[in-house]
Design a protein around this ligand. Structure first.
Ligand code: NAI
Length: 331
């Protein structure tokens, strides 16, 4: 039997935490033959609820689950972890300014960066989910200089999957037959969901989405805003934010990163920019990536038209502003 992989979930007493831990324990993230040990971190005020989650994990008797550590101590939580799923954060409450939320999260991610750097396994792969996800990931990277930048990512796979879902509904095709959409930029309403290179598997071969959806107005307008605003639409409908789909997307993100993307398919991940597509280095920006042997690489050489360029630049600009706001919170 394989050695268990240690997976940290921060914010484990929260909504996404509750949805993701059973997925991980059932093998959705790393496959049905990979044993796991869960490290669950949350904060003191919800310690009892966190312990309740641990009790339910015991009661679920998952064969792959070889242990659970539930703690409010970041050092204990980070000890020896191979994968860190960072869901914990400070939510925006009514009447709070963007900068106040940013400031709370920047200090959380700065502190947790140090705990991970000192105590996680050397090869630890980090996925930041808590918002502002790209900028929290950037802060984590800057304050954990010994963790390779390739190991720090943020979640835009939910947006990617939402885009696949919209195309599949529109064309009335299976979602598994749609591929290679791209989410560029920030996990925020400035993100650019791009179908310029997306295709659908049909009985007549692979067809470009742009050819099948002949309505350019829908693609250039309503499709984009629907994906950008989907988070808000879920909150409106459910009175709570998306947790099931976020948890599922997080499993997809890690699974593809560790086990590889299928041949001919790319996915979207928020990663540290190396300047590809003219995006400023030193930002965590969502790009199309392929993964192999536990490493991602940005898909190169895609043609970018003027329409796309303007949208990619707008979301880059927002990330530059977030970065400087984050730094001003550190002073
Ligand atoms: P939630 O409020 O239900 O859970 C967050 C948990 O984090 C709470 O249990 C809280 O006690 C905990 N927490 C707060 N500070 C912490 C700290 N310093 N260390 C450890 N835990 C801490 O929120 P939910 O719905 O689970 O969402 C979590 C985050 O994920 C939010 O920031 C949300 O905006 C973000 N999100 C991101 C998505 C993405 O696609 N990137 C999608 C959906 C949500």
């Amino acid at each position: 039997e394989k050695e268990p992989v240690r997976i940290l979930v921060t914010g484990a007493a929260g909504q996404i935490g509750y949805a993701i831990v059973p997925m991980i324990a059932r093998g959705v993230m790393l496959g049905p033959d990979q044993p796991v040990i869960l490290h669950l971190l949350d904060i003191e005020p919800v310690a009892e609820a966190l312990n309740g989650v641990k009790m339910e994990l015991t009661d679920a008797a998952f064969p792959l689950l070889k242990g659970v550590i539930a703690t409010t101590d970041p050092i204990e939580a980070c000890m020896g972890v191979n994968i860190a799923v960072m869901v914990g954060g400070f939510p925006r409450k009514e009447g709070m300014e963007r900068k106040d939320v940013m400031s709370k999260n920047v200090s959380i991610y700065k502190a947790q960066a140090s705990a991970l750097e000192k105590h996680a396994a050397d090869d630890c792969k980090v996925l930041v989910i808590a918002n502002p996800a790209n900028t929290n990931a950037l802060i984590l990277k800057e304050f954990a200089p010994s963790i390779p930048e390739k190991n720090i990512t943020c979640l835009t796979r939910l947006d990617h999957n939402r885009a696949l879902g919209q195309i599949s509904e529109r064309l009335d095709v299976q979602v598994s037959d749609v591929k290679n959409v791209i989410i560029w930029g920030n996990h925020s309403s400035t993100q650019y969901p791009d179908v310029s290179h997306a295709t659908v598997h049909t009985s007549r071969g692979e067809k470009p989405v742009r050819e099948l959806v002949s309505d350019d107005k829908w693609l250039n307008d309503e499709f984009i805003t629907t994906v950008q605003q989907r988070g808000a639409a879920i909150i409106k409908a459910r009175k709570q934010s998306s947790a099931l789909s976020a948890a599922s997307a997080a499993c997809d993100h890690i699974r593809d990163w560790v086990l590889g993307t299928p041949k001919g398919t790319w996915v979207s991940m928020g990663v540290y920019s190396d300047g590809s597509y003219g995006i400023q280095p030193g930002l965590v920006y969502s790009f199309p990536v392929t993964c192999e042997k536990g490493r991602w690489s940005i898909v190169q050489g895609l043609m970018i038209d003027e329409f796309s360029r303007a949208k990619m630049d707008a979301t880059e600009k927002e990330l530059v502003e977030e970065k400087s706001m984050a730094y001003s919170c550190l002073d």
